[in-house]
Design a binder for this molecule. Structure first.
Ligand code: DAH
Length: 340
């Protein structure tokens, strides 16, 4: 038996494991139930007791050797296997696209407008959506019984507090807190008690602008808005100003741009006039400057305000205002590549 064990030891040492199948062959030949080692363990029972100690030690030593060789071979082939599969990954393939969301079309337009005015030195400002009567109406020269204060238009919270009906309230806050020159652009959400339809909603978004300094004139207003419109819609868009009325400006105007869809020849969007109404503007009424502590003898200024939904509708040719707020991913994902 000792001789048999010596031979087996040599066989184990010489067994070549070069391919993965040979790992299993090795196990079957030496370590399995029917393998040679198990057979020798069976035979061990017949070894005379005075030899048992020596033969037993040798038997265990050989078994350990076989076990060790098998485990090492197994580990090596396992490692090679995972190395191979790692090499099969083609790192040059484009990655799977993950939808991480995108900017809302109204935010894209708002950011574009802010960027244009930034290049002219306008700073960004914000104000609260819940406003008092003073900032939303009185300081803006609304007479006490003006129809815009009516419950029809305004969501009142108390007699004196309401959801702001326009971003012009932010003008007042700026004028109260800063000394001219003031140049600011003020976007925000506004609220009006209107029936919801394709063309109207009970809340929407505006952008307000003001410029106050010594000797600011209507010519400055026109040139500023002209630059803005061409930067937003392109060089071939024309403007016109129509006289209008707002309590907080004098003189007041509404500004139209030539319809960019039909290039002025008339279509459904411009109701066959060739023009689109885009914003309200004017020279800030001296009463408004005075109410906020700015000397109207020394300073003058212009202001303008526009609806963001309307501009976005024209730019993206959106027909129903409600689509902005229904969170339909099919609508929103169309703007994925814009406005980063
Ligand atoms: N606040 C006006 C509105 O909501 C828009 C507006 C008109 C703003 C003329 C102005 C302005 O600053 O000068 O309809």
């Amino acid at each position: 038996m000792k001789k048999q064990l010596e031979e087996l030891k040599i066989q184990i040492e010489l067994f070549e494991i070069k391919q993965s199948e040979q790992v299993e062959n090795f196990r079957l030949k030496f370590l399995s139930k029917k393998g040679s080692l198990n057979q020798l363990f069976e035979d061990f029972k017949t070894v005379p007791s005075e030899m048992k100690r020596e033969v037993g030690a040798l038997l265990n030593q050989v078994k350990q050797k076989a076990q060790q060789k098998w485990e090492e071979a197994q580990a090596q082939f396992e490692a090679n296997k995972s190395k191979d599969s790692a090499e099969q990954i083609d790192l040059t393939l484009p990655a799977d696209k993950e939808f991480t969301g995108s900017r809302h079309p109204l935010k894209i337009i708002e950011n574009d407008i802010i960027e244009i005015f930034k290049t002219l030195g306008f700073v960004y400002a914000e104000g609260p959506e819940i406003e008092d009567d003073w900032h939303n109406f009185s300081a803006l020269n609304f007479p006490p019984n003006h129809p815009a204060r009516d419950m029809q238009d305004t969501f009142f919270i108390t007699e004196d507090i309401a959801l702001r009906t326009h971003t012009s309230s932010v003008q007042v806050r700026l004028m109260e807190n800063q000394k001219p020159p003031i140049r600011a652009i003020m976007p925000g959400r506004v609220y009006r008690n209107e029936a919801i339809s394709a063309r109207a909603n009970c809340f929407f978004h505006q952008i307000e602008g003001i410029y106050i300094d010594e000797k600011v004139s209507f010519a400055d207003l026109k040139q500023t808005l002209y630059h803005f419109i061409q930067a937003l819609f392109g060089q071939d868009v024309n403007l016109r100003f129509r006289p209008s009325y707002f309590p907080f400006t004098e003189p007041s105007a509404e500004m139209d741009i030539s319809c960019m869809l039909c290039k002025g020849s008339g279509c459904n969007v411009c109701k066959h006039t060739g023009w689109l109404e885009i914003l309200g503007c004017g020279m800030i009424d001296p009463n408004v400057l005075q109410a906020s502590g700015i000397d109207p003898e020394k300073y003058s200024g212009f202001a303008f305000g526009m609806g963001i939904e309307r501009i976005a509708m024209l730019k993206f040719e959106v027909k129903d205002l409600r689509t902005y707020f229904t969170n339909d991913i099919r609508f929103l994902s169309q703007f994925e590549s814009m406005g980063n």
